[in-house]
Design a protein around this ligand. Structure first.
Ligand code: GLC
Length: 717
């Protein structure tokens, strides 16, 4: 490590990939960043230099890789008078970087620089020219690329200039702004009123090296169960009969299903961890019955607790002084149950209470997983004031600092409910901070049944993956508004390899279960669900690699081909690992589309037709088809015939080889398959197998290169 001080700023070069620049460090203790391993010897470290105009440059071998500008000249000002008039008509004046106390001013080197990152925004991959705000928000209206805050605050960006790549992380949970070359095209401005002048810079030759450096600070992210990769079906809210009918149809017809979700109406008056026996009678038996058929139950749980004397959870937590307060009095707002109060998850006693409550609830009702919602935290009677108090473990934390971390602390205690039983969490969250992927999977909230939202789902989940949130997805079919059969099918096709695959819809919208639109739609839906299940051993290994190395499961093309400029702004093609390229239809009425292939030869998974890379082709994709292409020679482990995921029952893995139709070439890109029990934490103790799959002289060869789980009896065909 090397530390250099320039006037009021300090540059800590922690190793050749991670640098911290600050005037005063943010207190990161609430989200605990990892220590960065210092590099041995200083000779390889980049250098920091102060220019006469006050700018700081970070260089390697004399080449500037990153630069912070000193002045804010030409940045613009708020026009207070214009805002006042506009507000009279109801226009919202956005708060912005313009008036923030802290402003970090990062140089953009060129007009074509690209800026990626910031988590779940419903935007394109390249977010240059927009401004976003990190403030977890419950936003059920229509999201689009100019929507400034969604549910998550992921203060990480990845920037590209020609062959230079760098990442920036702003480590503060206070509200902050990211002006991504919007007001001045030559800079990125990070602004915050309460956050300090303090940020990390990540250097590397390509996005891969930068992601690994960032991940070393915020990871590792949750490694969840194999079952979680199966299909989830949800709706606000299934009744008892609807749920049973759903599971019956799936199991009788061999239509894959691993989880059914119960939304808020299963609760007694929206009191968390209770069950309305009228709405879902004999819930424990129902869940047990589903489980026997391979279908796990996930119940929604919101953080806020109904203010209701006599309701055990309210009384217990009240007794321990475990709710947020304002000026010392219990703070009350409104969520589904009416008057509601907010547990102080920042306090150990409260976390332990909810860990136990969740554990007991899941045991009592045979529930497999928890879906954490409304944890921004949401509030129907206006936002929580900034000075709402959380007592915390060892200091008072006010809402303005706690807000973006509330979901993280809720997820922490829920994930313990699984871990204490040597189980991997089956846990989902809506809100998150940059570090929350360590505890839970996530989805991106209330989208709508719109083609725009289908299109946005790909860059959204790719971006979440770039930010270290691998197990992420959106509501397939769209949550709000009514879907159509074409939209539903194209949505399933497009999101087929999304790490978290759930169809979910809002109350009072058209039903969108696979069988809701007649026979033709049903058959196509079923065909694609089966295809998803074929790929589960492959996806599971990708999840393992993501957890171990920070490699995205659902990546933009540039992650693998950063030198190919064509890939830098492809929003509608996705790399699933290093060998599968998915190019779905995302436009209404389209039956063919242009597909760009990066270098190499690519084989159509369905027809065996070969395409030469560095070219675009128009490819036919009727309604029952999507574009799946595999790098020539690559092998992929497939599971045949499964309709729910039970790892111990997997006895055969079929090895697919990407070869041009009619070819019998022996060329092979091997694959290291991860095998373990799929649900316990034993992998942390190294109990897993790695099987290298390759092809020699036309024969599949499966070689165990690690054999600590010793799962016998899988045949590789
Ligand atoms: C929120 C969630 C949505 C859920 C609804 C009712 O809007 O985002 O998924 O269905 O609340 O619980």
């Amino acid at each position: 490590m090397r530390t250099v001080s320039f006037n009021d700023r300090t540059v800590e070069i922690l190793n050749s990939h991670v640098i911290r620049i600050y005037k005063k460090k943010n207190d990161t203790s609430l989200f605990g960043l990892n220590d960065i391993e210092p590099e041995k010897g200083e000779n390889k470290l980049p250098s920091a230099e102060l220019l006469p105009d006050g700018s700081i440059c970070i260089s390697e071998n004399g080449r500037v890789l990153f630069s912070e500008k000193a002045d804010m000249e030409g940045y613009g000002e708020n026009d207070a008078k214009a805002s006042e008039i506009a507000e009279k008509e109801g226009h919202r004046t956005n708060e912005s970087c313009l008036s923030a106390r802290t402003r970090i001013n990062i140089a953009l080197f060129g007009k074509d620089d690209k800026i990626y990152g910031l988590g779940d925004k419903a935007a394109f991959l390249n977010r240059r020219g927009y401004e976003y705000v990190s403030k977890n928000s419950d936003e059920p209206t229509q999201h689009n690329e100019t929507y400034r805050s969604l549910y998550k605050s992921v203060n990480y960006i990845l920037v590209n200039h020609e062959d230079i790549w760098y990442g920036v992380f702003y480590p503060s949970s206070y509200e902050c702004f990211f002006d991504l070359g919007k007001r001045a095209s030559d800079r990125i401005v990070i602004g915050s009123e309460k956050g300090e002048y303090d940020y990390f810079v990540f250097l590397g030759k390509n996005p891969g090296e930068i992601t690994v450096a960032y991940y070393s600070l915020i990871g590792p992210s949750l490694f969840t169960t194999m079952k979680f990769l199966g299909y989830h079906q949800s709706r606000w809210s299934y009744t008892d009969e609807e749920a049973k009918e759903l599971v019956r149809r799936h199991t009788e017809d061999g239509l894959p299903l691993d989880f059914i979700h119960f939304d808020i109406d299963y609760m007694d008056g929206y009191r968390v961890y209770t069950v309305d026996e009228k709405y879902v009678p004999d819930f424990a038996e129902t869940c047990e019955g589903f489980k026997k058929q391979g279908v796990g139950v996930i119940t929604i749980i919101d953080p806020a607790v109904k203010k209701d004397r006599g309701y055990k959870i309210y009384d217990d937590v009240k007794k321990m002084g475990g709710f947020a307060t304002l000026k010392g009095e219990e703070y009350v707002n409104e969520v589904w149950p009416g008057d509601a109060v907010y547990p102080d998850f920042f306090k150990k006693e409260v976390r332990e209470y909810f860990t136990k409550t969740a554990k007991d609830f899941m045991k009592k009702y045979n529930v497999t997983g928890i879906w954490g919602d409304m944890n921004e935290p949401a509030s129907f009677r206006g936002p929580l004031p900034p000075d709402v108090e959380f007592e915390g473990d060892d200091r008072m934390i006010y809402h303005d600092e706690a807000h973006n971390l509330y979901a993280e602390y809720m997820s922490r205690c829920l994930s313990d409910a699984f871990k204490e039983e040597n189980k991997r969490p089956t846990l989902i969250t809506r809100a998150a901070f940059a570090t929350t992927g360590r505890y839970t999977t996530s989805w991106n909230g209330d989208n709508q049944s719109l083609w725009d939202h289908l299109r946005a789902s790909l860059p959204q989940v790719m971006t979440m993956n770039l930010c270290g949130f691998f197990m992420n997805g959106v509501d397939v079919g769209g949550f709000g508004n009514d879907t159509t059969k074409e939209l539903l099918l194209r949505w399933l096709e497009a999101d087929l390899f999304m790490p978290y695959l759930r169809n979910h819809s809002a109350v009072n919208t058209l039903h969108q279960e696979p069988y809701s639109f007649g026979e033709e739609t049903y058959e196509i839906y079923k065909k694609f669900l089966k295809l998803r299940y074929e790929f589960i051993p492959y996806l599971y290994t990708l999840q393992w690699e993501a957890y171990k190395n920070g490699t995205p499961m659902f990546a933009p093309l540039f992650w693998y081909y950063p030198e190919d400029e064509e890939t830098l702004e492809i929003n509608d093609e996705v790399m699933i690992g290093d060998r599968v390229l998915h190019a779905p239809i995302v436009m209404q009425g389209e039956r063919r589309r242009a597909v760009y292939f990066p270098e190499g030869r690519w084989i159509d998974y369905f027809s065996g037709k070969a395409y030469e890379g560095k070219n675009a082709y128009i490819i036919e994709m009727p309604l029952d088809s999507t574009g799946i292409f595999v790098k020539e020679g690559a092998v992929i482990p497939l599971l045949k015939g499964a309709t729910s995921i039970e790892p111990e029952k997997i006895k055969e893995i079929y090895v697919y080889r990407a070869l041009e139709k009619g070819s019998n070439s022996d060329f092979c890109i091997p694959f290291d398959l991860h095998v373990d029990d799929g649900e316990s934490l034993d992998y942390e103790k190294g109990i897993y197998d790695t099987v290298r799959l390759s092809v020699v002289k036309g024969e599949v060869v499966a070689e165990k290169i690690k054999n600590d789980y010793n799962h016998l009896g899988i045949a590789f065909l």
